[in-house]
Design a binder for this molecule. Structure first.
Ligand code: ADP
Ligand code: S3P
Ligand code: MG
Length: 189
């Protein structure tokens, strides 16, 4: 008598889904590197990459700036919440959120359930230098963007701190952040 179960000859062995089938979800302030580090991390891990802002733009047929100007921030937040809920159901992937997304309690609960959250951190000077490169962020279209960023840091950092993993980024290159992140993600594999 065979020691195998009757189905063992025909069953196709399936590799376990990476990261327990969860999405790796990048959170943190504008300029933290969620979009650009996220894309590189996905390449490294051979996972799909998706950026929530880009998905919101595609769904609306408008840029983030246009959505804020024409429909206001609350409408953007509604769209963002729906888009992220949809994306999270897609399983293993790297998902870069927009900086405000994790402030939404529903989104935080979904990310806790379906994702591994990573807070990309950086100091005020570094963030300001990075966001200065492109004028695409409506919240910083103001007389004193530095003061706004400082206020957002005070409001949001305690919430970002709920993420599973926190990683400080500085003047170093993207790939250095990716290297460290791959190591920090090892236990979740
Ligand atoms: N670790 C890093 N090293 C160098 N430049 C970075 C790093 N992280 C982000 N940047 C740069 O900062 C800018 C903002 O990055 P981005 O990924 O769009 O941030 P986020 O999506 O978090 O707002 C981009 O020009 C990006 O190339
Ligand atoms: O912090 C925020 O509230 C926002 C961050 C932006 O994304 P990035 O964090 O990728 O810049 C974008 O979603 C929107 O401008 C609002
Ligand atoms: Mg981004």
């Amino acid at each position: 008598m065979s020691s195998h179960s009757p189905h063992s000859a025909t069953a196709t062995p399936t590799a376990p889904a990476p990261y327990g089938g969860k999405a790796i979800v990048l959170v943190g302030l504008m300029g933290a590197g969620k979009t650009t580090v996220g894309r590189r991390l996905a390449q490294r891990l051979d996972l799909p990459f998706v950026d929530a802002d880009a998905e919101v733009e595609a769904a609306a047929g408008l840029t983030i700036l246009e959505i804020f100007e024409r429909h206001g921030e609350p409408a953007f937040r509604d769209g963002e919440r729906k888009v992220i809920a949809r994306l999270l159901s897609n399983g293993p992937q790297v998902l870069a959120t927009g900086g405000g997304a994790f402030m939404d309690p529903e989104t935080r609960a979904r990310v806790a359930e379906e994702g591994i959250s990573v807070w990309l951190k950086a100091g005020l000077d570094v963030l300001m230098k990075r966001v200065g490169k492109r004028p695409t962020r409506p919240l910083l279209k103001a007389d004193n963007p530095r003061a706004i960023m400082e206020k957002l840091m005070a409001e949001r950092n305690p919430v970002y701190a709920e993420a599973d993993i926190a990683l400080e980024t500085g003047e170093g290159p993207h790939e250095e952040v990716v290297d460290r992140l791959v190591t920090l993600l090892e236990p979740y594999k």
